[in-house]
Write a protein that binds this ligand. Sequence first.
Ligand code: GP9
Ligand code: MN
Length: 685
Amino acid sequence: MNKKMKKWKEKFVNQMKKIRTEHLVKKFVKNNLLFLTFVLTCLLNSTLLRFFTMPTIENYLSFKPILADLGVVILLGSFAYLFKNKNRFTYLLVLNIFFTLICIINSIYYTFYTSFASASMLSLAQFIAPVGDAVVENVLQLKDLVYVIGPLILVFVHFKLKKRHYYRIEDTKNERKKKSLHGVITAVIILACFTLSLSSLEVGRFIKQWNREYIVMRFGIYLYQLNDVFVSLQPKINSIFGYDQAKKNFEEYFENNKKEHESNKYTGIFEGKNVIVIHGESIQDIALFRTFNGQEVTPNINRLAKEGMFFENYFSEVSVGTSSDTELTFNTSLMPTKSGTAFVSYFDRVYNSIPKYFKEKGYYTFSMHANNADFWNRRAMHNSLGYDKFYSKETYEVKEEDVIGLGLSDKSFFAQSVEKIKKIKEEKGTPFYGLLISLTNHTPFSDVEKYDPFDVSIKETVTKEDGTTEEVIHPYMEGTKLGNYFKSLHYADAALGEFLSALDENGLLENTVFILYGDHDARLPKSDYIRLNNYDTATDSVKDSSDPTYQEYNSYHYELDRKVPFIIWTKDNLVSGRVSDTMGMIDAMPTLGNMFGFENPYALGHDIFSIKDNNVVVFPNGNWVSNKVYYNSQKGEYMSLKDEEVISEDYIEQNNEYAEKLLDVSNDIIVFDLLNKNKEKEEKK
Ligand code: GP9
Ligand code: MN
């Protein structure tokens, strides 16, 4: 055979091989069309979910979650081959619908909570249901339903195949077993490759599961949700196992972080005074001192902030328990739990709380909220927190015309509450500590016609050529969710003003400290903030980002804008001034404790007047903020808050470690009931 011939032969053999492989692939696709459609639609859905919820380059380019999703889908899908043709489709369809539901639920959940859903929230469904309307009205969008296309494609392919008599040839039992095994082996190989690609940090975070975005971005939605079920069962399992280790870590933490609290100029200044605390639903700093056409959004809160002590860099530290998480953090100086919520899953633990310390001082303690007493399990938890009495909806008259949004309007709530407080003062004859939880300023802020009118447009008086003037109206924030939020808050602020006047008229402001905090941000869309900062009256639209006057608004600006007010005010202006050091809800108890003369040795926050500019505020997702930096733990990046200062890696690392330890110890205290002295005694027996 000469050289030329040899070459020809080689070419021919290669060509034949190619044809055979192509043939094999074709045959494989043809024989497994239904299964492949199932795999691809499930993969498409999970990828779309990730792209829609976290539209970042890192996420787009991330290959790991695709591997993980593929592994899970093939693994579970492979069992379809164990069924005969007739039932195989049913199995794949049920599985496909299940995966689709995971995507839809997470898509809706993400829009509402900027996080992924957790099975631990199932026990909270009853608390979310009343806010359900808000979800449907404001959140359910086309992008949440696009996933339905997965099962639809599967059904379509199924009928097409049926028409082509695809199902006529039935595999033998052995063949089916073999196919299923091949599928499982393929899935195991894919999952093994995926596991090998993981770093120890990624594995660690997967086990802890509190940084949900981080996990979905690396492990895909299906593996996340599977793991979540196990983690959600942990409250039950956890409190059985791991107590000794938790106790050891807890003792070590407080040994290393022993607080020698030094007294400062505020120590004991309020001892013996009555206290009224307002839990202000969704009040954010962005509304304070803001005006539209010369009108303040929050004139009453502004007055309190100007006359009293205003903590202007104060952050709420909520997780999925929103309002209830803030109540926990404010009252106990502990963080929300890593899974579930303390109010629901751990209401039966012992807490060192503000009401309990006041009770020790002979105060009468109460809470008031005109919503269902079981919402957020308050009926049980307010008892655990040490309130003598919880005045819930049952104790208020709720007339139809007084209902706004979620329930009784703030104006009616406060008016009725004043009567109750008056009675308490007369009957008890002791100082009192009372928490009033407002309700009207709750998302979706859509009962606009029921709020006091408040204009969020821009009105301009323009002089025309002939010298006459004309009023031009630019819509600005009208019709936006943020605009409606300002309207709603303007109403809530007016209710607060009326409350203060009524308290004053009844002599209830004498010898009383009035405290107001915003419980968390209002979960408003970023695009509305961009509009707020970049509106162009010349075009009546948002400026283009290329415009030289365009103000950048990134995710850090958004996080910083989630700040809430914290104000301490007395009628005789005992305290005043702005406190600018970064502070969190967790620091309220130690700061107030110093002023009222009590100290919780197991508080995880700090008296801001002792720690001053060294404070670090940790969020449940591992992000943290100090006077210098806002750190995003999901991205592992930060934004410097002081242009001139160089931030060292040590500083970031130290605070990361601090954040992780704080979250761990706080969670252990609650889960293992570590403040329960009786439990300790029982252990020793
Ligand atoms: C309900 C109210 C709102 O009683 O506190 O709770 P949230 O939805 O803000 O957690
Ligand atoms: Mn709330």
